[in-house]
Design a protein around this ligand. Structure first.
Ligand SMILES: Cc1ncc(C[n+]2csc(CCOP(=O)(O)OP(=O)(O)O)c2C)c(N)n1
Ligand SMILES: [Mg+2]
Length: 269
């Protein structure tokens, strides 16, 4: 059975929304890298004692309220966390991330409808990477832009270039501010791409090398690096040093974490 490489979807309750490739969200919300990596590998010292594994990263402490392997199932849960924020009188906003494939699931429509009629403080972020597993979005989705589906619920539907850090930051900021003002949810469609196959061993025959190469040219980290250099925000040496530090940290965790004890078969979280 091939190991899935696809991203489970995730909910985060937030005071600011972070754009993320979905598994990374838990880490960017402050969960320790060691614990995240150990969880991915099913180790006992993982974030969820290795019982969630790569599909179910959760850290309530960091308000990363779960990754969900069932496509679309977490969107109504996002309505619940947003409603809870309202009832508790907080200004928290729920960010709910999912893929293009999830927008054909009934729960997507139920959640958007509920969030719209209750004007819930939620931002629904569709990371449209062009494919649901191997099915192109043009084949599986009736809408030319997934954001158009927001129209059915009379909430804003925003298309944003998901490879442009600043565009995403701006769109997310506006949607969060709107939610905080009590004006209800927004659907953001971030058009992005996935470099690798859907699972380990995917032959990826459903797309061309030219398509992949074109997207690699627009890699958001590379584009941001060029922007930073052109605007003299940091030097090449400074950026290289950051890169080396991060790579070294990751390499160290990749060496150490697999040696942790396996998660016991029995026992509670
Ligand atoms: C309800 C449900 N149906 C089918 C699957 C199997 N499945 C896992 S990922 C996936 C594709 C989802 O597409 P998308 O949301 O675009 O995610 P991506 O493939 O881009 O990671 C499918 C069908 C599932 N996990 N849950
Ligand atoms: Mg997809």
């Amino acid at each position: 059975m091939p190991r899935p490489r696809s991203t489970p979807s995730q909910i985060g309750v937030d005071r600011s929304v972070h754009r993320s490739r979905i598994r990374a969200t838990t880490g960017t919300r402050g969960a320790p890298l060691d614990a995240c990596m150990s969880e991915l590998l099913g180790r006992a010292n993982g974030l969820c004692k290795g019982k969630g594994g790569s599909m179910h990263l959760t850290s309530v402490e960091h308000r990363a309220l779960g990754s969900y392997a069932i496509v679309g199932a977490h969107l109504p849960i996002a309505c619940g966390t947003a409603w809870s924020a309202r009832v508790r009188g907080t200004d928290q906003v729920t960010a709910c991330h999912f893929g293009d494939g999830a927008t054909n699931i009934g729960a997507f429509h139920e959640a958007l409808n509920l969030a719209a009629i209750w004007k819930l403080p939620a931002v629904f972020v569709c990371e449209n990477n062009g494919y649901a597993e191997s099915t192109p979005v043009s084949y599986h989705c009736s809408a030319s832009d997934i954001a158009n589906r927001a129209g059915a619920y009379e909430i804003p539907g925003i298309v944003v270039d998901g490879l442009d850090v600043f565009a995403v930051y701006e769109a997310a900021g506006e949607a969060v501010a709107r939610a905080r003002r009590g004006e209800g949810p927004t659907l953001i469609e971030a058009k992005t791409y996935r470099y690798y196959g859907h699972f380990e061993g995917d032959t990826i025959l459903y797309r061309t090398k030219e398509e992949l190469d074109a997207y690699r040219q627009r890699d958001p980290i590379g584009v941001l690096r060029r922007y930073i250099l052109e605007h003299a925000i940091a030097s090449e040496q400074e950026l290289d040093a950051i890169n080396d530090r991060v790579q070294a940290r990751l390499a160290q965790r990749l060496t150490e974490c697999p040696h942790g004890a396996s998660s016991p078969v029995s026992g509670r979280l």
